[in-house]
Design a protein around this ligand. Sequence first.
Ligand code: SUD
Ligand code: ADP
Length: 310
Amino acid sequence: MTSAAHIHPGVCVKVPAKVNLELRVGPPRADGFHPLATVYQGVSLYDTIEVFPAREWSVEIAGRTAAGVPADENNLALRAAQALHDVTGAGRPVRIRLTKEIPVAGGMAGGSADAAGALLACHRLWGLDMSAAELAHLAAGLGSDIPFLLSGGTAIGSGRGERIAPTSARGIYHWVFALSETGLSTPAVYAECDRLRGSTPVPAPEPSADLLAALSFGNAEAVAAAMGNDLQAAAISLQPALAEVLEAGMSFGALAGIVSGSGPTVAFLARDAEAAIDLAVSLTASGSAADVRKASGPVTVGPVELAAAR
Ligand SMILES: C[C@@](CO)(OP(=O)(O)O)[C@H](O)COP(=O)(O)OP(=O)(O)OC[C@H]1O[C@@H](n2ccc(N)nc2=O)[C@H](O)[C@@H]1O
Ligand SMILES: Nc1ncnc2c1ncn2[C@@H]1O[C@H](COP(=O)(O)OP(=O)(O)O)[C@@H](O)[C@H]1O
């Protein structure tokens, strides 16, 4: 065989990070999960997921935020590819290449993005014809955030976050993310939320009408006023320095600051693109965050296309 016979084309897709504009958390269900009412938005920090036919399953990890991501069977992208293979009986093993830009364990769903990307890329590579609903069902079994990341954009999440409904959203939102040096574990933050609530009765979660109206008008000030995260107090309780990060961003002119999901990334909404640049510069100069990223939303998952042979 010539060496060209060993070069198989692969498939590539870029999947964004998410921020929860609102995250309302109900009391724990019998299965331990918390019922949610959340508004997700895809933001322009992307992981790239490439899959190539191979003799054995494997995953390799590159990119700015590669450190600490498991390159074994605990990797969510690998688990997703194998789950798709198991339920369909289709396809051969793949080598997965992740190029990570999304902060790890930061409350921005990087692992979920990689899992969603692996599902989309393997679905194409193996020539499958599952419906969007079938893929979403499989995604939900792998993680609550994954169905949203099959498409991105702006959407309402209910159930444990896996039930996605579109919402009308206008405008472009300019974000500055303050990253933390150490991650927070999602289950630990949910548990801390329950502990802080104690025996206080918690109502069933609902998305706020004000936020949905603000999004439908594309009014950044009104969106900022309506943002909220029920996990924020728990994230601050576990990582008290986050309170200072929030204060710093507000003092530098953010419209609003919020812990992203289970944290510890703090998301600041800026008035416009210029204000976002000023805010990112001030936050960086002040040294109040380990790292600072600018992004805009909503953005969707990129096209599923051929990857260069490697
Ligand atoms: C908090 C959120 C907000 O969007 O995002 P992150 O901050 O992790 O990105 C999500 O609820 C995270 O979703 P995801 O990371 O997919 O969670 P899963 O793998 O489904 O669950 C991990 C663990 O989180 C807790 N969990 C998750 C979702 C939920 N509705 N209730 C929960 O109590 C459970 O302890 C569960 O065992
Ligand atoms: N492909 C992946 N990318 C990032 N983290 C992964 C991946 N696969 C498994 N993990 C594990 O999942 C944990 C949570 O990661 P991540 O999805 O980035 O955070 P979060 O749930 O806060 O959004 C990490 O600490 C890591 O050990």
